[in-house]
Design a protein around this ligand. Structure first.
Ligand code: HBI
Length: 99
C-alpha cells in the first residue's frame, strides 16, 4: 500500500476517482470540496479526520469558510499510493452523504 503508484496502476487508480487532479509540481492529487456552509464543511472534515486517524493516513487540507482544498500524498513513499486513492474515495463518499 505504501509504494508509489506508477504507470498503468496509477492511471487506473486516478481514473476511478471523481474530480481529483494531479498537482503540478509534486507527486500528489488534489480536489476542492465546496459545501453549503462552514458547519457542513467542518462536519465533513470531522468525519474524514476520524477515518484518516484510523487509517493512519492524513490529508493536507485548507478550510476557508465552506470550501476545503485537499491534497493527498504519502510522505513515506514520496508520492501518491493506494492509501491516497482509498482516502480520496472515502472523502467523496462522505461528501455525498453530508451534502
Ligand atoms: N499521512 N498523508 C500521509 N502520509 C504519510 O506518509 C503518513 C501519514 N500519516 C501518518 C504516517 N504517515 C505515519 O505512518 C508516519 O509515517 C508518520
Amino acid at each position: 500500500m505504501r509504494e508509489k503508484l506508477i504507470g498503468p496502476k496509477r492511471e487506473q487508480a486516478l481514473k476511478a476517482l471523481h474530480g481529483w487532479r494531479e498537482v503540478e509540481d509534486r507527486d500528489a492529487i488534489t480536489k476542492r470540496f465546496v459545501f453549503r456552509d462552514f458547519s457542513e464543511a467542518f462536519g465533513w472534515m470531522t468525519r474524514v479526520a476520524l477515518v484518516a486517524e484510523r487509517m493512519d493516513h492524513h490529508p493536507e487540507w485548507l478550510n476557508v469558510y465552506k470550501t476545503v482544498e485537499v491534497t493527498l500524498s504519502t510522505h513515506d513513499a514520496g508520492g501518491v499510493t493506494e492509501l491516497d486513492a482509498a482516502l480520496a474515495k472515502i472523502m467523496d463518499g462522505i461528501a455525498a452523504q453530508v451534502r
